[in-house]
Design a protein around this ligand. Structure first.
Ligand code: MN
Length: 218
């Protein structure tokens, strides 16, 4: 398969709205594009603000609550608490969960795209070790991360994992927009029930306005 390495090297996909491509050919052929699936990241203002990383696996969205969200700094680790699997349809959900209900608060579709596993060369210490090395090709996030289960002796931390940003050629730590990838809304606008900003989005389709997506919200 031809490589998109040069195409990716020349572009910063946190700044340009050009497609990054979903065939994952950029990672030296170590990414398996036939596996993986969709991913979403919800920003969730529940009793505590957190981000929910959800990876499509075996017909459901396996999910981790990441209090600080995914890091963009290679080597940096973030706590990721495994939570219950969610239905695939949840990947389209954005809105407000009523106060007092489970997870009550505002939910934004912060990022979405495809994920695929990659061959990291990591040798499992134990057969039971749970670990996912993966590449994201989203609307905001691109590049390599690892999820590894860290729990062991403390049963209270049985669901504790770490989300680790890995070194790669495609990502950098540029600031990302904090708007919904589905509707262009802020958390406040979602909470206030503001209609999706489809009209405003259309205006951003002029090429010169597409370079920095943050400019698209007026
Ligand atoms: Mn949540």
């Amino acid at each position: 398969m031809a490589s998109l390495e040069t195409y990716h090297r020349k572009r910063n996909f946190t700044r340009t709205a050009e497609p990054a491509g979903n065939n994952f050919a950029e990672a030296d052929g170590k990414v398996n594009p036939t596996k993986g699936g969709k991913f979403v990241i919800h920003k969730h203002a529940a009793s505590r603000l957190h981000y929910d990383l959800r990876l499509e696996q075996d017909g459901v969205l396996t999910s981790w609550a990441v209090p600080k969200g995914p890091s963009l700094v290679p080597g940096e680790k973030r706590l990721a608490v495994k939570v219950e699997d969610h239905p695939l349809e949840y990947g389209n959900f954005e809105g407000t969960i009523p106060a007092g209900e489970y997870g009550g608060g505002t939910v934004m579709l912060w990022d979405r795209g495809r994920w695929a596993p990659f061959e990291s060369g990591h040798k499992k210490k134990k057969k039971s070790e749970e670990r996912i090395d993966f590449m994201l090709s989203g609307e905001k996030l691109h590049g390599l991360w690892t999820l590894v289960r860290t729990s062991g002796r403390d049963p209270k931390k049985d669901n504790h994992w770490m989300l680790i940003k890995r070194h790669d050629d495609v990502s950098d730590a540029s600031e990302l927009t904090d708007l919904s990838v589905a509707t262009g809304r802020t958390m406040e606008e979602i909470a206030g029930g503001k209609a999706a900003v489809k009209e405003k989005k259309k205006r951003c389709e002029k090429p010169e306005e597409k370079i920095i997506p943050t400019k698209c919200r007026i």
